[in-house]
Design a protein around this ligand. Structure first.
Ligand SMILES: Nc1nc2c(ncn2[C@@H]2O[C@H](COP(=O)(O)OP(=O)(O)O)[C@@H](O)[C@H]2O)c(=O)[nH]1
Ligand SMILES: [Mg+2]
Length: 329
């Protein structure tokens, strides 16, 4: 499950792809009932093998790279952020084009070989097949390189699974987000670089009896005023919105984080505005220092006070969302 969206194959360059195809074909010889028949059968087998290897390799890439299903989703936003969605779509489209062309070329060439009775023609049909196939592959050279580069960028992404119910944590720096994620997470959270932020995103997992949920802390993104953001950060927040099933906003009433409560409440307000429909749980941290009675859950990552209550509240909300989705689909 973890990181399932980004298990993409290594992409060969145009030259490597052609080498692979020629190498496969060069090993083939077929016996026939006579010299012409042998020549024909060998040419047919070579054309079939070398064409098929190109088609199946390209189709394999197309099916293994993540598909852009709908624009209003985490994955397209993320892909756009990392590599550019238009270029990505163009690259996959180009592979699809080349695959179709090579397949047709193969079938046309096979037909021509079958029809001819001239041994020299067999050779020239085969050579022109190789030449034209080569030129189709050369035309997608840039697209293959682009996808290989995309693969490398995908590989560096931490294992965020867009299909797993997800809590995203927000609140000013030092309010206690990382401490909370570490405490809530069943295993040690992963820290990984992300295009969202220079600081690295933190992904924890919460397991109940039979299901796993993600809890994500995004330093640099949901811990400051929205107005200060550059375009990439704005886009990152948009991507996050599609990922977030529940927002957990942490207020630090002790103000030991260095931000007074007015500032913190102002950030809460903008987070609410930016995340529209997403349900928000507000929780107050550091209850070992100060505990208010506002109706929001107070907790302390340090002493463990209120942690069970908070976990239950989060899990109940996530379970309800998960059930709703299971019923819908
Ligand atoms: N007293 C107290 N301090 C805490 C608690 N949780 C976090 N802190 C402290 O607050 C500071 C910031 O915590 P951190 O989790 O890194 O906050 P983040 O920047 O929001 O991720 C650290 O010095 C923590 O030790 C708590 O429950 N009680
Ligand atoms: Mg932190």
């Amino acid at each position: 499950m973890a990181g399932m969206s980004f298990r993409v194959p290594t992409v060969l360059s145009a030259d490597e792809l052609m080498d692979k195809s020629f190498k496969r074909a060069s090993k083939i010889t077929k016996k026939g009932t006579d010299a012409l028949d042998g020549k024909k059968k060998t040419a047919l087998a070579k054309i079939t093998a070398s064409g098929d290897i190109i088609v199946s390799t390209l189709n394999g890439y197309i099916s293994k790279f993540p598909r852009i299903e709908k624009e209003e989703d985490f994955l397209p936003e993320l892909i756009d952020l990392i590599i550019g969605i238009d270029r990505y779509k163009k690259a996959l489209g180009a592979l699809n084009w080349a695959s179709g062309r090579v397949d047709k070329l193969k079938n046309d060439s096979l037909r021509d070989v079958r029809r001819t009775k001239d041994p020299n023609m067999i050779e020239s049909i085969k050579n022109s097949f190789y030449g034209r196939m080569s030129s189709h592959i050369k035309r997608i050279s840039d697209d293959l390189l682009f996808l290989q580069d995309a693969k490398n960028k995908f590989r560096k992404l931490p294992a965020i699974d867009p299909n797993v119910p997800t809590v995203v944590v927000a609140g000013f720096p030092n309010v206690g987000k990382s401490s909370l994620v570490a405490k809530l997470s069943t295993a040690a959270p992963q820290v990984a670089p992300y295009p969202f932020t220079t600081k690295g995103i933190i992904i924890g997992h919460i397991k109940d009896e039979w299901r796993t949920f993600q809890i994500i802390d995004t330093p640099g993104l949901l811990d400051r005023e929205f107005d200060d953001r550059n375009d990439i950060e704005k886009q990152a927040v948009l991507a996050l919105r599609y990922l977030t099933d529940v927002m957990l906003f942490i207020l630090d009433p002790s103000e030991t984080c260095g931000y007074d409560l007015d500032k913190q409440n102002a950030l809460l307000k903008t987070v609410k505005e930016n995340f529209g429909e997403v349900p928000i749980i507000v929780a107050e941290s550091k209850s070992d220092i100060i505990k208010r009675s506002t109706g929001d859950i107070s907790f302390s990552a340090e002493t463990g006070e209120g942690m069970n209550e908070l976990t239950e509240k989060i899990l109940n909300l996530l379970r309800a969302i998960f059930r709703e989705r299971a019923v819908e689909s």
